[in-house]
Design a protein around this ligand. Sequence first.
Ligand SMILES: O=C1NC(=O)NC(C(=O)O)N1
Length: 309
Amino acid sequence: KPNLSSTVAEVNFASYILNASGPRCTTEAELHNLGQSESAAIMTKSCTLLAREGNPEPRYKALPQGSIQSMGLPNLGYKAYLDMLPRLTQYNKPLIVSISGLSINDNVEMVSAFQKSAADLLEVNFSCPNVPGKPQLGYDFEQTDKALAAITKFGDKPLGIKLPAYFDFNHFETVANILKKYPVKFISSINSIGNTLVIDPETESPVIKPKAGFGGLCGSYIKPIGLANVNAFRQLLPKEISIFGVGGIYSGSDAFEYLLAGADAVQVATCYQEQGTECFSRISNELSQILSRKNYQDINDAKGALKLL
Ligand SMILES: O=C1NC(=O)NC(C(=O)O)N1
């Protein structure tokens, strides 16, 4: 059986497939469920300073090839996750806390609070598109630079950034140059594609309620965009910065495409939302079969091995 284990930000992952922040990772029960699953890590829902209900429903709509959602960061508040972390170390897999402050100060307060915690990695979310009135931080390059300067002051807990999708090489380059200025250990690329609109012609209405129907697009629709972002950042960032690939991973083949694009590990969101924790073992087994069939002994033999035409 080929080796699927991977090192991301100097932390060892037993397999290449883990859950993404977002679906089914808000409550302690959900996080224990992830601990007992084949997910290579336990990743929490993005937390904010205080607990949040999130946006009014309907705020999630499954679509033929994915979903559109505007959850609005419903979570228990960062102190709840700080409190439960020690109870999650029993699963002997990396604990990753996702942090999504509503301001730079909120992010500083939370990143500081998790320095002495049992978290192995901190994933700071610069890309939530669904808090009304809040822009995606990752699309404001000046604020991104300012935020990184502030949250990387603490030093010891490895930290990475969850990025929005970019669509222009000037943006890939600008963001890569900002990231290289700071001790960022990884990026997770991509978040949902923000502010898309799905209309139901029968009801003549959007399919979700928040923000007049504008929400994050997820699933197979966004895989080509995720692959491009992973591959562009792989070429622009030094190898010391690891990359989690995210966006439309439902199968071993999808995961293999991210491997060829250069991802060090992949995060599964919509498929996990729709299928539950069985998806992790299924996707891992499918990836293992593909690697065997292609005579790759180890994922590192295929990582970034995209063969240009
Ligand atoms: O960062 C996020 N990305 C999303 O697509 N949705 C969630 C949310 O709305 O909570 N947050």
